[in-house]
Structures are given as C-alpha cells and as structure tokens.
Design a protein around this ligand. Structure first.
Ligand SMILES: NC(=O)c1ccc[n+]([C@@H]2O[C@H](COP(=O)([O-])OP(=O)(O)OC[C@H]3O[C@@H](n4cnc5c(N)ncnc54)[C@H](OP(=O)(O)O)[C@@H]3O)[C@@H](O)[C@H]2O)c1
Length: 330
C-alpha cells in the first residue's frame, strides 16, 4: 500500500485519520512535535511496523517538512493551531496556519515530486461569512468563502482570527496550485465544529477546543446553556473518513467539501446528556439562554454525500460516544 504523510498526528481529528489509514493498511509517517508524542502514538499501535513518526516541532518554520516528505505518495495535512487562549493572533494562529500549508506544498513540490495528492484539513471557518453571525435563512456550500481581510483578522477576537487563519491557509493552497502547477492535486475538507470520541492523548486540562464545548456542559461550570458557537456540526469519524475517501477517489481531485452532519444546538446536547447520563443531573445546565438564536444559517452537504458517500452519524450518537469517555473525568 502507498505511504501517507499525516501531519499533526497527535491531534483529535488526525488521531482518527491515523486509525483509519492503518486499518486500510497504508504505511503512515506521522508528524508530531516531539519524540514523546511520537512514542505515545507508537504505543497505541504496538507491533504495527507500517507506522513511523517524524518530529516537526513547528509547521510554520522554514523547510519544516523537507525531510518528512521524502518518498511519500500522499499527504494529509491536518496540523494547524486550534487554540483560542492566545495573545498574538499573527504568531500563534495566522502565520503557523498559512506557512504550515504553503510550507508542505512547496516541500512536496521540491523534495517529493512523486506525491500524487494532498488532502488539507481546512474548515467551515474558511467558508462562513463569520461577521454575519447567525445569518438566518442563508445556506452555505463549498462555493463560498469567508471574506475576512488581513486587517480585519488583526482586529477581531481569537475565534474570528482562527477562522481567518483557516481562510488564508486554504486560499494560499489554491493560489499555490494555480501558480506552481505541481504534479499533485489538492482536496480541502471543510468541517464545521467536530465532536466525538477521542483517540489522542488528552485530559481535562488539555482537551481540544471543539470537544471542550461538550466537556464544559458536563463539568458543572455552566449555570445556563451557553450559546451554540457554530450552528453546524459533524462527527470526528465522518471527518476522518472523508479525508481517506477523498484521497482514494479521483472525483475529489482539486475539490473542497463541506463535511457537515447538519444543524445542532447546545440545548439538544444537554437533553441528550441528561437522558443517557442521569448522574449528571445538577451539573448539566438546563436554564435556557435568551441569547440563543432561533433562526440561523444551514449548510448543504450534498456534494460530500455524492462524491464521498459519507453516511452521517447522528448528534445523539456522537454526544453519547464522547460523553461516555468524558464521564470518568467528572
Ligand atoms: N475540531 C474542530 O472542530 C475543527 C473544525 C474544523 C477544522 N478543524 C481543523 O482540523 C485540524 C485538526 O484540528 P483538531 O481539532 O484535531 O485540533 P488539535 O487536536 O489541536 O490538533 C491540532 C494538531 O496540530 C498540531 N499543531 C498545531 N500547531 C502546530 C505547530 N505550529 N507546529 C506543529 N504542529 C502544530 C498540534 O500539535 P500539538 O497538540 O502537539 O500542539 C496537533 O497535533 C486543524 O487544521 C483545525 O483547524 C478542526
């Protein structure tokens, strides 16, 4: 089977991509930021000789991927900063996201001319007109772009700056394709908020940004149901498999995909939590939030179903599978 370079393999989404790649017997080179993280991954798959790792401490550094790309057939670029407790959006979000993406594309072109396809974990954040917020009645699809400018990105909050980092990084990838005409094709996977069980090394203090939304509903820290941060959601297993199906399907070459299960709200999540885990009574907030929108945008996932054949997992199942894991931390 071909060799796939998977970046950010210690992360939430990439943890599942790694599992599915190994299930399908790909040889995988996983990039991680330290030997410790690489050894953690190796320990998850004892005796699996098809898995090795390459240490890339900072995806945004010049020539960060020069060694990692050598000899690989495909690349799945999932690494990008998704932390909102930041003090400098330029150095902590925008530069690593953009330079990490252009860096791996140039590395593939210069040092790995045999690479056939690069799948990029982009985001709904690169599609959404973020400043329109709830945007009632609007339907998002892959033809649309977040129009945030660099100047706006410098002046906005951390969430919106993160969204801009995904917009600029994905745009840089398509610009690269048009200008450099490399041997490989590109596919962008654009999920909204991603939820579901976690395979990566994590605890209550280090939990990834999207799963922390559910964790905060369970740990007694919220008195009223928080406002739903993004009105579209998707299960991590659907997102991970979308990367692999895109890699294997020529129909996905040079395409972007809104990989979304549909609309959701934190009020529904709270109900599901209380139904499946009655012991959380008193911790899960039940008081309605007056600021929660009743009308908002939706997403059209037709292209992801048609080209990739995704069968979307239900919100109730996803919440159950994640909460079952988190309940031991309560
Ligand atoms: N989760 C979501 O809701 C969601 C939705 C849409 C798109 N995405 C995108 O999906 C991808 C994965 O996100 P995730 O949710 O799985 O987050 P995550 O668990 O935080 O994973 C991010 C990965 O990227 C690595 N990374 C971040 N900055 C880096 C840097 N400067 N140098 C080297 N490695 C770096 C992290 O390494 P360390 O952990 O060692 O720092 C981690 O392995 C990102 O591109 C994100 O933008 C996520």
């Amino acid at each position: 089977m071909p060799t796939v370079l998977l970046t950010g393999a210690s992360g939430f989404i990439a943890g599942w991509i790694l599992r599915y790649l190994l299930d399908r017997e790909y040889t995988v080179i996983a990039t991680v930021r330290s030997n410790e993280k690489g050894e953690y991954l190796k320990a998850l798959y004892p005796g699996v000789s098809k898995l090795s790792y390459s240490v890339v401490p900072d995806i945004g550094a010049p020539d960060a991927f020069k060694d990692a790309v050598v000899g690989v057939d495909y690349i799945i670029h999932s690494a990008s900063p998704f932390r909102l407790n930041i003090s400098n959006p330029v150095t902590e979000l925008l530069e690593p996201a953009i330079n990490g993406t252009t860096g791996i594309l140039y590395a593939a072109k210069l040092y790995a001319p045999q690479v056939k396809k690069i799948i990029i974990t982009s985001s709904f954040a690169a599609i959404q007109h973020v400043s329109k917020r709830d945007y009632p009645g609007h339907v998002y699809d892959e033809t649309q772009w977040n129009p945030c400018t660099w100047e706006e990105a410098l002046a906005c909050n951390a969430h919106d700056a993160y969204c801009a980092s995904k917009e600029f990084a994905e745009k840089a990838a398509w610009d690269f394709l048009a200008k450099e005409k490399p041997n490989f094709t590109i596919t962008a996977i654009n999920p909204p908020i991603v939820l579901g069980p976690m395979l990566h090394e994590v605890n209550a203090a280090t939990i990834n940004t999207s799963c922390s939304v559910i964790w905060r509903l369970m740990n007694g820290s919220q008195k009223i149901v928080p406002v739903t941060p993004v009105h579209l959601w998707v299960d991590v297993r659907n997102v991970a498999m979308a990367h692999i199906l895109a890699l294997e399907n020529p129909a996905a070459d040079n395409q972007r995909y809104l990989v979304s299960a549909g609309s959701w709200g934190l009020e529904d999540v709270c109900q599901y939590l209380l139904k499946s885990f009655p012991e959380l009574k008193g911790k899960v907030p039940t008081a309605k939030n007056e600021l929660e929108a009743t009308e908002y945008y939706s997403g059209d996932n037709t292209k992801s179903i048609k080209d990739l054949g995704i069968e979307y997992i239900s919100l109730e199942q996803t919440v159950y599978d994640l909460a079952k894991q988190l309940i031991s931390w309560v």
